[in-house]
Write a protein that binds this ligand. Structure first.
Ligand SMILES: Cc1ncc(COP(=O)(O)O)c(C=O)c1O
Length: 407
């Protein structure tokens, strides 16, 4: 056990968790990444509870560890994978995964040709324009079976007839008429089978409505999410109705970790997507309706003590994607009471942590950090150490550990 937990048991929240993690990982040399299985299972059950019996499709980008994805998919309440690239979906299919929907458009020619040779129908690809259909038709020509395709619908909230658009810049298909027109084009073409719709409301699911220390922003976000949510309930239902007059749909996918209970109430939606809520990363702390437990972490060793109130750990600059602001930085988690330096943030080769508790840290002690996002952590580590109670029960490879870097 590192001397930190023996020497000065922390008071307040986190001391038990710290002692447990220290006991479990005492033989490991940091840097290493871990998943606390008790927290992970707790988060998994909570996602299923919130989905209120609608199946959840697992967002693989938010996990990026095949062994954990298999575990989750073997659990009641989960059905199928929302994959993030076609090469990833092809790999997962070759490993026995079924019902894979690739969530983002693909122009990977090699992967598309491989898809066209498959006879299983395990993979559905995503489109939102005729140009993408043309591109794919030109690449693949003849195919073993029709390509299964889903339409991606813009779930953003438009004001002033579209002059102001709130939500991620994704699909250009916003109205029922546009969706029906694209659906008509798909069914008109040979070699295509329209099987699904997806509409992801990032402005609700991916934006916490209780940002810490920002009460005015919280109120604005809640108002925006309420109005956007009621607009979307109606529009999504109209789009589904319009497309179903052209082709029967196997699934209508919506939502994400941050919106499950809201999205599951929509009769037009047949399944919800979730992933991040399993690891419970930093960006998912600021939601009122749920509170995932921190399940994924990485440990870094203290390698120097530059002065009072500061200890410096090796590495740490594992920033999350998105706007380049402070919310994307990892956060020191255990011991509690540590913070990053505003000047240095999290560095490529070293990261100072500040605060009174930094003085208790000695060379060789560990600091446990949380990543701001979920699956991106796995691009930094070859394996995850699975901790049950105070023991490491298994070490499982991440995608990176299996030699894959899809994005
Ligand atoms: C298409 C789509 N659906 C759902 C999600 C939600 O995933 P998570 O639960 O990991 O936030 C995302 C996340 O970016 C997404 O891109």
């Amino acid at each position: 056990m590192s001397r930190l937990s023996e020497r000065s048991p922390a008071t307040g929240s986190g001391s038990e968790d710290l002692a447990r993690l220290e006991q479990a990982s005492r033989e490991l040399d940091p840097p290493f990444a871990l998943v606390d299985l008790e927290a992970f299972r707790n988060n998994e059950r909570d996602l299923v509870r919130r989905a209120a019996r609608k199946p959840i499709r697992l967002a693989s980008k938010s996990v990026r560890c095949r062994a954990l994805q298999q575990r989750v998919l073997a659990t009641d309440g989960w059905r199928g994978t929302l994959s993030f690239t076609l090469p990833e979906a092809l790999w997962l299919a070759s490993c026995g995964f079924e019902d894979l929907v690739v969530a983002y458009p693909t122009v990977d020619r090699v992967a598309l040709k491989e898809l066209a040779r498959l006879e299983t129908g395990a993979i559905t690809i995503m489109i939102d324009s005729v140009e993408q259909l043309d591109f794919i038709d030109e690449i693949v020509g003849r195919r073993a079976t029709p390509l299964r395709v889903s339409l991606d619908i813009d779930a953003g909230w438009w004001l002033l007839a579209g002059l102001v658009r709130i939500g991620a810049k994704r699909s250009p298909i916003h109205s029922p008429a546009q969706a029906a027109s694209l659906a008509t084009e798909v069914v008109r073409r040979k070699g295509w089978e329209l099987v699904g719709l997806m509409a992801y409301e990032s402005q609700i699911a991916g934006v916490g409505d209780a940002p810490p220390g920002r009460p005015v922003r919280a109120l604005t976000l809640r108002a925006m999410q309420r109005l956007s949510g009621s607009e979307l309930v109606q529009r999504r239902a109209e789009i589904v109705a319009a497309v179903e007059t052209i082709a029967p749909l196997e699934f209508v996918n919506g939502g994400g970790t941050g919106s499950i209970e809201r999205t599951t109430n929509e009769p037009a939606v047949t399944e919800i997507t979730a992933g991040s809520g399993l690891y419970g990363p930093g960006l998912f702390d600021g939601y009122r309706s749920f509170e995932p437990r921190p399940a994924a972490m990485f440990a870094l060793p203290v390698v120097r003590k530059p002065g009072n109130g500061v200890a410096t750990v090796l590495g740490g600059g594992y920033l999350a994607s998105g706007p380049g602001d402070r919310s994307r930085l990892p956060a020191p988690h255990l011991p509690t009471g540590l913070r990053l330096d505003r000047q240095e943030g999290a560095g490529e080769v070293q990261t100072p942590v500040l605060g009174g508790r930094a003085d208790d840290l000695r060379i060789g002690d560990r600091v446990y950090f949380r990543h701001a996002k979920a699956g991106e952590l796995c691009e930094r580590f070859n394996s995850l150490h699975l901790i049950d109670g105070d023991r490491v029960v298994e070490e499982v490879p991440t995608y990176r550990g299996e030699g894959h870097c899809f994005l």
